[in-house]
Write a protein that binds this ligand. Structure first.
Ligand SMILES: *[C@@H]1O[C@H](CO)[C@@H](O)[C@H](O)[C@H]1NC(C)=O
Length: 551
């Protein structure tokens, strides 16, 4: 505002200009009178048509939002959203056989969930039951935007190649929406994890709000945001990791006095978006403190500490650095700079190659940087996608090279298993280790939880270079899910990817299978790269799309 006041430009019209401005209306009037009645009607019609067109395209500027108690929130003007245009037309339903197969898989999973676990967090598809984690209907909230993205707009039913899929999803969308409206309350008297609830539930509600403009979702998000905020009432502003949504009391995890750095730095996208969407700055203010605190920590200690303990969770901190830079319209430089430094550090300290085939992987550094562990969690396979996203936005092309090589290694973690499914953790053969194969798996790490990270990266890479190999890889993996994880009532995690004859089903379908894995597969097989345009949306770490803002 200050700078605006300092730069008010005052235009003083010259006498000549003044004179002509006074004259002009008269000559217009004369010209108007000389028109025929037909010409005048034509102009009237054009004016009316333009008026309605302007009305249609003007974004919704009505910012009044009700508090939970029904009172009106004070609002500030929303920033103009880059991503907030009518986007419905692109969610036109599946356009090819692969996409149709994914929608079918989604419906299969959803049907089981609805039958045996409706309103609960996760389906146990084999015992025909459910498991409760936070008691927040996680599968519904996590996957309602997947349903939406897979296409349900009424207008598209006529045009769609396959009406039935669209109709089916419309019904599923309405079931999900109604459940959220009527049954999603944040009054369970139990502790929830700030990070998990933020990325899944807050992110899920905001994602579907931005896709549909349905205020009910935003009001739910605000209720949840208000209940999560007490976590931040600490001396440093670094939030406690656990909070009871009913009593609104927060505390650190039972097993440690600290909150995990990775977790508290992976909630900013959602809280910032909640402020931008509602006009109430308090959520963004709360997380800004964390960002600044962590940023200053780096300056103090140098970069080393973030690389010493790069368990996969901590990589998501790098992801959020980049995505916050994008979310704020590339206006906050320190996000980009910290991200670039982090990737430099990764390249220097963590990147190694396997024997004998030279696959590139990221290992882990423990014990003050002395103890290198040649192992990589499947979770790390989201990183190629993040790197590619950065490159798309002008960051160094060397990142893309790293992304391609890492993606190839991630593919190997799938392709080298007899099930064509990756284990949770893969070890790599480096000089002086006793193995002969490039990669190997330990018994305790041989499970597969239907995780999305590799598919996520395939989608980003395919978005950015259109290489259809990435679609083919995704299709191969989907076939493996179909073959080894599909059961009568849904899909299940398995205990052993190393034995195609005995995969040991674990009787668990995590919400992220519907919320992320199937969403990214559907998007990956899409023909139109402008669906969830990467210049208009950032996807949070649970695949919920949030708009890019100007600042
Ligand atoms: C597509 O990606 C694959 C896997 O990385 C690579 O082998 C192939 O050369 C790429 N094709 C093109 C045309 O870039």
């Amino acid at each position: 505002m200050m700078s605006k006041n300092e730069h008010i430009s005052v235009r003083i019209p010259s006498f000549n200009e003044n004179y002509s401005e006074i004259r002009r209306p008269k000559s217009y009037w004369r010209a108007w009178n000389q028109l025929s009645r037909f010409q005048r009607s034509l102009i009237y019609m054009l004016v009316i048509i333009s008026f309605f067109m302007v009305l249609y395209f003007i974004p919704n500027t009505d910012n009044v939002i009700l508090n939970v108690d029904g009172s009106e929130r004070t609002t500030i003007n929303r920033n103009v959203l880059v991503g907030e245009s009518k986007h419905d037309e692109v969610f036109a339903g599946p356009t090819n056989d692969r996409q149709r197969a994914i929608v079918e898989a989604f419906r299969h999973a959803w049907t089981g969930y609805k039958k045996f676990a409706w309103g609960h967090d996760n389906l146990k598809p084999i015992s025909e039951g459910y498991s409760e984690w936070f008691g927040l209907g996680l599968t519904i909230v996590d996957s309602i935007d997947t349903i939406y993205i897979m296409g349900l707009k009424e207008g598209t039913i006529v045009d769609s190649i396959d009406t039935i899929y669209i109709m089916g999803l419309k019904e599923e969308y309405e079931d999900a929406r109604n459940w959220i409206e009527e049954h999603l309350h944040f009054t369970n008297n139990r502790d929830v994890n700030l990070f998990e609830v933020t990325i899944r539930v807050l992110g899920g509600l905001l994602g579907i709000y931005h896709l549909t403009g349905d205020r009910m979702f935003l009001n739910k998000a605000l209720d949840l945001g208000d209940r999560l905020l007490p976590s931040f009432a600490t001396e440093t502003g670094i939030p406690y990791s656990d909070i009871n949504l009913f009593t609104k009391t927060a505390h650190p995890p039972k097993w440690s006095p600290d909150s995990s750095t990775a977790e508290v730095t992976t909630i900013q996208l959602e809280f910032r978006d909640l402020s931008r969407a509602s006009g109430d700055p308090k959520y963004e203010n709360a997380v800004r403190k964390i960002s600044e605190h962590i940023h200053n920590l780096h300056k103090q200690d140098g970069l080393v500490p973030i690389f010493i303990n790069p368990n996969s969770g901590q990589f998501s901190y790098y992801e959020y650095l980049l995505k916050q830079w994008l979310q704020t319209g590339k206006t906050i430089d320190f996000f980009r700079d910290d991200y670039l430094q982090a990737i430099d550090g990764i390249q220097k300290s963590l990147v190694k190659r396997t024997l004998p085939n030279g696959f590139l992987f990221l290992g882990e550094l423990l014990a003050g940087g002395k103890d290198f562990k040649p192992k990589m969690d499947h979770l790390t396979c989201f990183l190629p996608g993040t790197l590619a996203l950065g490159t798309h936005h002008g960051l160094p092309t060397s990142h893309l090279k790293l992304a391609e090589e890492l993606l190839t290694t991630c593919y190997q973690t799938y392709a080298q298993q007899p099930t064509f499914l990756a284990p949770e953790i893969t070890y790599f053969n480096i000089p002086n280790s006793e193995n002969t194969n490039d990669i190997y798996v330990k018994t305790n790490d041989a499970h597969n939880l239907l995780r999305p990270e590799f598919i996520e990266s395939l989608w980003y890479m395919h978005q950015l270079n259109g290489n259809s190999t990435y679609q083919d890889w995704g299709w191969e993996i989907f076939q493996a899910f179909e073959k080894y994880t599909k059961v009568t009532n849904g899909y299940t995690s398995i205990g052993n990817v190393r034995n195609a004859a005995a995969v040991k089903p674990k009787d668990m379908m995590e919400s992220f299978f519907l919320g992320e894995t199937l969403k990214y597969l559907y998007l990956l097989f899409g023909d139109d790269p402008k669906v969830l345009d990467l210049d208009r949306y950032v996807l949070n770490s649970e695949a919920h799309p949030l708009p890019v803002y100007n600042s």
